[in-house]
Every structure is written in structure tokens, then in C-alpha cells.
Design a protein around this ligand. Structure first.
Ligand code: ADP
Ligand code: MG
Length: 250
């Protein structure tokens, strides 16, 4: 397996947002995490991507314990993510957002920036090329020069995908990628996720849209009050009593 959590736990004061979660993600699959609001889904991603240190438990990636690593170190290992609220620079263009995002994750330090070193120039060109490549991949070439503020929610979601892909990740974690987009656009984003998989990228997504996830995921984990209450294929999840109870309020 590509990534594994063991007893992963995060407490905020008295609240245990993620509670002793054992989970495995297989390479080349689409894995989904579902659960009611406040179930701990985003926190689970924050723990894996190093945005919060866990209270206990561990994250193992490609056989290496990455729990102690910082978020930028984890990103460098090939783990990318998007955020639930797209944190884009609204006044900058779609292209510049991808370039900036890419540059933030590449190596040049302050020295290169101040002295405009050849390495910086080379990296800038690489960033630009990469940005065009990922914009093409996500279908945004025609909006590259639009300010983010002027594009649709769907295009913002695609921009967030592009940002994640610009780092050439092995696995991407998508936090509610289809939130706030219409059904037709949702289908388009699902297609894009499948396309990522054909390029060898493993996808783990948090999603509220049940229909979408049932048609898309190879495996689903259900979180409720921080705990894993079920996992299995879409078919297994659909018929799971515990899940039905959690969703319908029992
Ligand atoms: P979900 O993404 O499933 O809706 P979250 O992971 O965002 O849920 O939140 C799980 C719980 O943890 C919620 O009760 C939320 O209020 C709490 N929580 C999340 N982040 C923090 C934080 N940084 N500080 C305190 N409480 C938090
Ligand atoms: Mg969330």
C-alpha cells in the first residue's frame, strides 16, 4: 500500500477531532472519505499533510514514517493537497496562481531571489512551463490569463487541482473538490479525477456528493465524530446499517 495511518488521533482541547483511525490507501486507486460535517475529515487530511501534528498515532508513506515531518517536507515527498476553501490569490490570474503555488514549493531561497541567480531564472522558466502543462491537463488553458476573481467556482476548483498537480505528486488529497458546483460540472471534476489516475496519480478525496462518490471511488471510509465507523466498496457502504444510521440520524 502507498499510505497508511495507524491509530491516528488529534485532540483540540477536550474535543477529539480524529480518533484512533487506522486507514490504508492503495496506489493507483480512488479512495474517498465521507461523513457528516465536523466528522474530522479535513483534520484527517491536515494530519497526513503535516499541517497539524497528531496527538498520537502515525502516518507511513512508501514504508517511511512521515509523522514528524513538516508540511513542506511532506509535499516534497510527492504528497499534494487542496483545501476545502480554495485559497487562491483572487486578483492574480489563473496562470500566476499556479506559478506562485509551484514556486512556493520549489527550492530557491531568499539568496536566489535577491540576487536573481541563474538558478532562479531557470526555475522560473520551469515553473511557467509546468504551469501551462497542468492548466492544459485540467482544461483551463483558455482561462489562463483571467483573474481568479472573474472565473466560476468550477474553474477555481480546477485551478486548485492544477496547483496540486504542479508539484508532480504521487498522491493528491482533495478536500471537497466538487463543493458549490452544479451536477454537470461535478461530472466533469469526477472525470478529471479519473484522468489523474490514468496518469499514475493516486487520489484520495473528501466528498459530500454521494452519487458522485458511489460512481467514482474504489474504496470509501466513513468518519463520524472522529471515528472510522465503516469502510468498504461503494456497494458495501451503501448497505451498511451503521452508515445509514449515522447519516439519517438513527
Ligand atoms: P469535517 O471536515 O469532517 O467537516 P473538521 O475536520 O473540519 O470536520 O472538524 C472536526 C472537528 O474538529 C470539528 O468539531 C471542528 O470544530 C474541530 N476543529 C477542526 N480544526 C480545529 C482547530 N484548528 N482548532 C479547534 N478545533 C478544530
Ligand atoms: Mg472539512
Amino acid at each position: 500500500m502507498l499510505l497508511q495511518t495507524k491509530g491516528l488521533t488529534k485532540s483540540f482541547g477536550g474535543l477529539t477531532a480524529v480518533n484512533n483511525v487506522d486507514f490504508e490507501i492503495e496506489k493507483g486507486k480512488i479512495t474517498a472519505i465521507i461523513g457528516p460535517n465536523g466528522a474530522g475529515k479535513s483534520t484527517f487530511f491536515n494530519l497526513i499533510s503535516g499541517f497539524h501534528p497528531p496527538t498520537s498515532g502515525s502516518v507511513v508513506y512508501n514504508g517511511t514514517d512521515i509523522t514528524p515531518l513538516k508540511s513542506y517536507q511532506i509535499a516534497k515527498l510527492g504528497i499534494a493537497r487542496t483545501f476545502q476553501t480554495t485559497n487562491l490569490f483572487e486578483q492574480s490570474t489563473v496562470l500566476d496562481n499556479v506559478i506562485i503555488g509551484h514556486r512556493l514549493r520549489t527550492k530557491s531561497g531568499l539568496f536566489d531571489a535577491i540576487f536573481q541567480t541563474p538558478r532562479l531564472k531557470r526555475e522560473e522558466n520551469e515553473c511557467k512551463e509546468k504551469a501551462y502543462e497542468v492548466l492544459e491537463f485540467v482544461g483551463l488553458t483558455n482561462l489562463a490569463d483571467m483573474p481568479v476573481a472573474g472565473v466560476s467556482q468550477e474553474a477555481k476548483k480546477r485551478t486548485a487541482f492544477a496547483l496540486a498537480l504542479a508539484t508532480d505528486p504521487e498522491i493528491v488529497f482533495l478536500d471537497e473538490p466538487a463543493a458549490g458546483v452544479n451536477p454537470e460540472e461535478t461530472d466533469g471534476l469526477a472525470e478529471l479525477m479519473k484522468k489523474m489516475v490514468t496518469k499514475g496519480i493516486t487520489v484520495c478525496t473528501i466528498e459530500h456528493k454521494m452519487q458522485m462518490i458511489m460512481n467514482l471511488a474504489d474504496k470509501i471510509m466513513v468518519l463520524n465524530y472522529g471515528k472510522k465507523i465503516a469502510e468498504g466498496t461503494p456497494e458495501e457502504i451503501k448497505n451498511n446499517e451503521v452508515v445509514i444510521e449515522a447519516y439519517l440520524g438513527g
